[in-house]
Design a protein around this ligand. Structure first.
Ligand code: NAD
Length: 280
């Protein structure tokens, strides 16, 4: 039994609150890096078609010998790759991800960005519903969706996204979006949960809390995510940090710690603003 707490998605599927993200891990290194994460105890892996490492990730999953039902695999449709998506192109791209991963189902399939200016995300989400109905994705959700886009999906398709994966860390805590998610039973999943390891982890408030608990600032931030009810998917290619980031279940932050961390929210995004983002 894993020590990682789970959140129950709206379809009853249980999602570990701590997973391992593989953005920027080259495909030929992904097998070793994901293998280290699985050995450390992670059972949830977050990849995406655009990361170019679904193949290496899939090899690590297969080599681990861990029963498929104990794993939770997320990948994402890189919807910027085409001008406008159709049912057929979404199904084709899903099949390609599945083949690269070497799996016959994915636990969670996400729309990577809303690209609201292209106005095709409803078609994509409706096709995702079809994929979920076929059992080839256990759950479907979105990433980087703003309230207006979430409301539109829920009003105009049969889908309530199981998850919205968004930028979220103590400097960008997304309180309003989290409240909206909670009202609709959408799980909040935090990308760049450590603030990409940049200035955040040197913050003196985090250093003080870390010293108090005999932990590292990264562990304090991940513990904050867990206690807030988020899913967090930290990335590291360094074995000692991979293990350190998993070792966050033997301590708890108190109210004073949580209040101090709440004071770090300064509304600073590290990644692109979803209202404008449309790589193609
Ligand atoms: P992150 O916040 O997980 O930071 C990762 C970086 O922090 C590492 O590269 C390393 O430099 C540093 N780090 C990690 N562990 C550390 C430790 N214990 N001590 C000190 N430094 C440490 O940032 P991320 O990689 O951007 O995000 C995590 C995952 O989120 C990605 O791998 C990806 O799976 C996902 N993601 C999704 C989207 C999206 O649009 N849906 C966007 C970005 C990232």
């Amino acid at each position: 039994m894993s020590q990682v707490p789970t959140l129950t998605l709206d379809n009853g599927l249980r999602m570990p609150q701590l997973g391992f993200g593989v953005w920027q891990v080259p495909d030929d290194e992904a097998t070793a890096v994901v293998g280290t994460a699985l050995e450390a105890g992670y059972r949830s892996i977050d990849t995406a078609a655009i990361y170019g490492n679904e193949t290496g990730t899939g090899k690590a999953l297969a080599a681990s010998g861990i029963p498929r039902q104990e794993l939770f695999v997320t990948t994402k449709l890189w919807n910027s790759a085409a001008e406008t998506w159709t049912r057929e192109s979404v199904l084709r791209e899903f099949d390609a991800s599945l083949a690269r991963l070497g799996l016959d189902y994915i636990d969670l399939y996400l729309v990577h960005w809303p690209r609201a200016m292209r106005d095709d995300y409803l078609t994509i989400v409706r096709t995702f519903a079809e994929i979920a109905d076929s059992g080839r994705a256990k759950a479907v959700g979105v990433s980087n969706f703003q309230p207006a886009e979430l409301e539109r999906v829920m009003a105009e398709t049969p889908v309530v996204p199981a998850v919205n994966q968004v930028e979220l860390h103590p400097n960008f805590a997304q309180a309003e979006l989290r409240a909206l998610h909670a009202r609709h039973g959408i799980v909040t999943e935090a990308w760049s949960p450590l603030g990409q390891g940049r200035g955040l982890l040197e913050d003196p408030t985090l250093a003080r809390i870390a010293a108090k608990h005999g932990r590292s600032p990264a562990q304090v931030v991940l513990r904050w995510h867990i206690q807030l009810g988020n899913v967090a998917i930290p990335k590291s290619a360094t074995p000692s940090r991979i293990r350190e980031n998993f070792d966050v279940f033997g301590f708890a932050l108190d109210d004073e710690d949580l209040a101090a961390i709440a004071g770090l929210d300064n509304g600073t995004r590290l990644g692109p603003d979803p209202a404008e983002f449309d790589y193609s």
